[in-house]
Design a protein around this ligand. Structure first.
Ligand code: FES
Ligand code: FES
Length: 153
């Protein structure tokens, strides 16, 4: 099928199979390798992207589901400078191997778009679909709270 959609504010048209996974389309066809594949079955959240503003697992989305829609990946967050979430994860030490980080940041981005000052419980709930094997979650939660503060300022 010929598929047109927006990715990171850019219109793209690609030829692809209808059952191609969005994560493969992004990483292999469009070179957007910031999105990571962990489990490949909707359990780890490493592949989280935004689809029309909603955080979703790109390993579970087929190409046929994104026609005309808007996709945002980790590459789409920074403009001239890093996004406050990216800065916060670095400054708060919320990254070790970094494999889970793009997924956490995309989930946190969706949360902060809805709640400018989320509670710790809200953050834990919204990030409950993202797994990190390295850091534990304390620094990640602190980074999201700090990013929320940066964004409010
Ligand atoms: S790679 Fe998609 S949820 Fe784990
Ligand atoms: S920083 Fe390594 S899995 Fe999260």
């Amino acid at each position: 099928m010929k598929l047109s959609f927006r990715v990171n504010r850019r219109e793209v048209t690609v030829a692809t199979a209808t059952d191609r996974r969005l994560i493969d389309l992004l990483r292999e066809d469009l070179g957007l390798t910031g999105t990571k594949e962990g489990c490949g079955e909707g359990e780890c959240g490493a592949c989280t992207i935004l689809l029309d503003g909603q955080a979703v697992n790109s390993c579970l989305i087929y190409a046929s589901q994104i026609s005309g829609k808007s996709v945002t990946t980790i590459e789409g967050l920074a403009t001239e400078n890093l996004h406050p979430l990216q800065r916060a994860f670095i400054e708060k030490g919320a990254i070790q191997c970094g494999f889970c980080t793009p997924g956490f940041i995309m989930s946190a981005y969706a949360l902060l778009a809805k709640h400018v000052d989320p509670s710790e419980d809200q953050i834990r709930w919204e990030l409950s679909g993202n797994l990190c094997r390295c850091t534990g979650y304390t620094k990640i939660i602190a980074a999201v709270r700090y990013a929320a503060k940066l964004l409010r300022e």
